[in-house]
Design a protein around this ligand. Structure first.
Ligand SMILES: Nc1ncnc2c1ncn2[C@@H]1O[C@H](COP(=O)(O)OP(=O)(O)OP(=O)(O)O)[C@@H](O)[C@H]1O
Ligand SMILES: [Mg+2]
Length: 377
């Protein structure tokens, strides 16, 4: 598993290059343009490495190093200064004095930056005695409703929890009414709507922790969705991203159902996801809408299509299309196919037990296991 890296760089093009190079090496990257955001993200997200571009006069990098160093949560975080060119020895000395741990200069091959960060991350983790810290965020989305997105999300996360491959959190971001709670037999006192409503973007770990619901038999914690449309209206979009940043520090795997919405609330979560599972049903409308979404992701949505994993779900039977017909229509491979499970899905939901627990040997449950393995390998 990669490291959590925060990149602070006012230059959009350079920020993008750093992000892409680091993500290609498997790191989870948050890139911000200014010191105010850097401090906010740094305190809530506790990155393993912070890369600060010191090239801009508008930007007091030395001041930022000092403030980052004062934050108790960042005492073991490694700070790397990215300076404009081989400068004066006094610049170097000032950066180290202010709190930087290392210093690289431009011009720079961004792969070199990624190689350095990868090496430093291993060192940071050794020093912390940790094997890994950044939880992987896996979002489940569909272009059309009713295709089984929630069923696939719940059963895949339950399957990962069952494999004991690290702590799992399942979050329901379907607004205004979430349905994950029904599938796991839980009615939550606190929901994501309570956590995400209100002023400010200060969302710390203990606050998020206090809104989680646990069902120990299933072995995972959950941030359930609202069952009250009135409450869902109060969600402040700016609070949602910090919630997911905090969740990433609390488990190895964070699964989130976002249903079929592409909104100011769901788009930032899609952007920060390590994987986006798109659930597709074998009908023309769903396939066409899926293509529209993929096209949007790859253009103005700014989402790397390599992160998208297509899953076919025969929620209402196979229809008239096979897997290869669907792949041809979408122009992309389908990684896993969930067969039709008849009444077993509804029976499992009515009992509040995920199908992978109720009937672990049935065809769909085995395929959820396959998807769980694919996503966590
Ligand atoms: N492979 C399957 N075989 C049989 N039934 C299924 C399968 N997948 C899902 N279902 C059933 O299809 C229905 C819709 O599933 P689900 O609620 O997961 O879809 P959704 O895409 O999340 O819907 P919504 O758009 O309302 O959020 C449910 O009754 C579920 O039990
Ligand atoms: Mg749903």
């Amino acid at each position: 598993m990669g490291a959590r890296v925060l990149v602070v760089d006012p230059d959009a093009a350079s920020r993008k290059s750093s992000r892409e190079a680091l993500e290609a090496f498997g790191h989870a990257v948050i890139a911000v343009p200014d010191p105010v955001l850097a401090l906010e993200v740094g305190r809530t997200d506790t990155p393993d490495i912070i890369v600060v571009a010191t090239s801009h006069s508008s930007f007091n990098a030395l001041g930022l190093f000092a403030q980052l160093r004062q934050a108790p949560a960042l005492s073991t975080t490694f700070i790397l200064a990215l300076a404009p060119r081989a400068g004066q020895l006094s610049d170097l000395q000032a950066a180290f004095a202010a709190g930087a741990d290392d210093y690289v200069t431009r011009p720079l091959d961004y792969r070199e930056l990624a190689i350095r960060v990868t090496a430093l991350a291993t060192r940071v983790k050794q020093l912390r005695g940790q094997s890994a810290t950044a939880g992987r965020l896996i979002t489940f989305f569909s272009a059309k409703g009713g295709v089984g997105t929630t069923s696939v999300c719940v059963n895949t996360s339950a399957s990962v929890a069952c494999s004991r491959n690290g702590p799992v959190i399942l979050a329901d971001l379907v607004l205004p009414l979430g349905s994950v709670g029904y599938m796991v037999g839980m009615d939550a006192h606190w929901t994501i709507a309570d956590l995400a409503s209100g002023e400010g973007t200060d969302v710390d770990r203990s606050l998020v922790e206090s809104h989680l619901t646990t069902r120990s038999e299933i072995g995972m914690r959950m941030l359930l969705g609202p069952r009250d449309p009135e409450k869902a209206q109060k969600v402040t979009p700016a609070r949602v991203e910090p919630i997911f940043r905090a969740l990433r520090n609390m488990a190895s795997w964070i699964f989130v159902d976002i249903g079929r919405t592409l909104s100011r609330i769901s788009l930032p979560i899609l952007s920060m996801s390590d994987r986006i599972v798109m659930v597709v049903s074998p009908d023309t409308a769903c396939l066409q809408l899926t293509k529209v979404c993929l096209n949007y992701f790859g253009t103005s949505g700014g989402i790397n299509l390599d992160r998208v994993v297509l899953v076919a779900n025969w929620a209402v039977g196979r229809g008239h299309m096979g897997k290869s017909d669907m792949e041809e229509a979408l122009g992309r491979p389908i990684e896993v196919l969930i067969p039709y499970g008849g009444d077993s899905f509804t029976a499992a939901t009515n009992q509040g037990i995920p199908l992978v627990y109720k009937e672990p040997e049935c065809g769909p449950a085995l395929q959820f296991g396959e998807l769980a393995r694919y996503l966590t390998k």
